[in-house]
Design a protein. Structure first.
Length: 449
């Protein structure tokens, strides 16, 4: 530990916490993030998700911790005895003073470069759309011929042939022999895929090999194989390795099988299932034919019951016509009877409503005599009334008064003079007589006495 020169380290007393904290700071400053390889031992994953284990080699070991926010990104499970490489920060757990490594990431030893290359190629091909499900071709239900691309000495070939022979012995098989491991195998696999596509003698291809390490399967992670699979006009089923093994070829292939045996099952129909289906279809057809025959037999019986001798049919039709004639005659008689009653009822109603001409003429003569008598009496009454009124008018007529010697005196303006106060001497007056009139001048007047 370095101390300032003015402090005497011999007289300085530090607490344990200060010592551990200072040691941790010195370790973290001296050791940046580094890759460290070793064997996992005492591995334990707490309920919190943090992983605790020791990393050791033949001569030493160191405690390690990998927190949950880092370990959750591992796509494999670390186990005891596994050789791994960790990228970690050397530090000190202050509470106990234990030296430990804080692990940021972990990979299986020796596979780091291969996994990195695998991921880079996978991401690049995925961006190009080679893994897109839309571009993948469907498998034929009943292929006429199956092609197998693998090594003739591979155990996977025996598994595939055994499965195909069991499921469909009559299915023709074409083998495209290629090495499935080692230098240059990828180029030969890609060439075999192209050859199968050009020959176009198969309806589906199986690309397979048995399980192995990532190095053994690495030829199926090559870009040339992936592009050959994507360009193949024939659908390809990839059955490489075991179920846990994943290669680039699996992503590009039209179908991925967990094992070579499963690939053979995918491309071949099951003979037993087909026979069962054929038996079911045969039974269905037999039942349908039987039902059709029965229905037609019943139909023939029905037509036979309807089929009669022409003479019998004419006899039946004649009887039917006679019956119709009887019904028509009865209906006609009923109609006549009904209409007769209706006519009689209408005649009675008409008779009840027809006028009596003799009675009406007598009544008319009586009314005429009554009208004439009434008119005569009315005229006599009117003449008497007229005569009486005429007598009244005669008495009231001014001319009659004048005829008796009276006269009418008026001013020149036509006003009748009834009083001497209405005139003064010198006024001119008009006097009307029974016959004629004259004008006079007032020369004098006298008041009534």
């Amino acid at each position: 530990m370095l101390f300032p020169p003015e402090i005497d380290s011999r007289s300085l007393v530090l607490s344990v916490s200060e010592v551990n904290r200072t040691a941790r700071e010195l370790l973290e400053q001296a050791f940046p993030l580094i890759w460290i390889g070793g064997e996992i031992s005492n591995f334990m994953q707490a309920s919190s998700g943090h992983c605790y284990f020791s990393l050791k080699d033949a001569n030493a070991q160191v405690r390690c911790v990998m927190f949950r926010n880092k370990s959750q990104y591992l796509d494999w499970k670390p186990t005891n005895g596994m050789q791994v490489e960790v990228r970690a920060l050397a530090t000190l757990y202050e509470a106990r003073g234990d030296f430990q490594l804080n692990v940021e990431t972990m990979r299986r030893a020796g596979l780091g470069a291969l996994y990195e290359a695998f991921e880079k190629l996978r991401q690049r091909l995925a961006q190009e759309g080679l893994f897109d499900p839309a571009r993948k071709k469907p498998l034929p239900f009943f292929p006429r011929q199956v092609g197998i691309i693998t090594s003739p000495s591979a155990a996977a070939l025996r598994d595939v042939l055994t499965t195909l022979r069991r499921r469909m012995p009559s299915l023709p098989i074409v083998l495209y022999p290629v090495p499935v491991q080692g230098e240059g195998a990828a180029a030969k696999i890609a060439e075999a895929i192209k050859t199968a596509g050009m020959r176009a003698e198969c309806d589906v291809l199986i690309l397979c090999r048995g399980g192995g390490s990532i190095e053994d399967l690495w030829e199926f992670n090559q870009e040339s194989v992936a592009r050959a699979i994507a360009a193949s006009p024939i659908p390809i089923v990839c059955g490489v390795g075991h179920e846990t093994d994943v290669t680039i070829a699996d992503f590009v292939a039209d179908q991925r099988a967990p094992t070579p045996t499963a690939a053979a099952e995918m491309v071949s129909p099951n003979r037993v299932d087909l026979q069962r289906r054929l038996l079911n279809i045969e039974a269905g057809l037999g039942n349908a034919l039987q039902r059709g025959l029965q229905q037609r037999m019943q139909h023939v019986d029905f037509l036979a019951r309807r089929l009669t001798h022409p003479g019998e049919r004419l006899k039946n039709q004649l009887a039917h016509l006679q019956h119709l004639q009887h019904r028509l005659s009865g209906a006609f008689q009923r109609r006549l009877h009904s209409e007769g009653w209706r006519t009689q009822r209408l005649a009675q109603q008409l008779s009840a409503r027809r006028p009596n001409l003799d009675q009406l003429l007598a009544q008319q003569d009586n009314l005429k005599h009554r009208i004439q008598h009434g008119l005569q009496r009315q005229m006599e009454n009117s003449a008497a009334t007229l005569q009486r009124l005429q007598g009244h008018l005669t008495h009231l007529n001014p001319q009659s008064v004048l005829e008796r010697g009276y006269s009418i005196t008026q001013t020149l303006q036509g006003e009748i003079v009834r009083d001497s106060t209405q005139v003064v001497p010198g006024d001119r007056l008009k006097i009307t007589f029974a016959k004629g009139r004259s004008e006079v001048q007032v020369t004098g007047k006298s008041e009534a006495g």
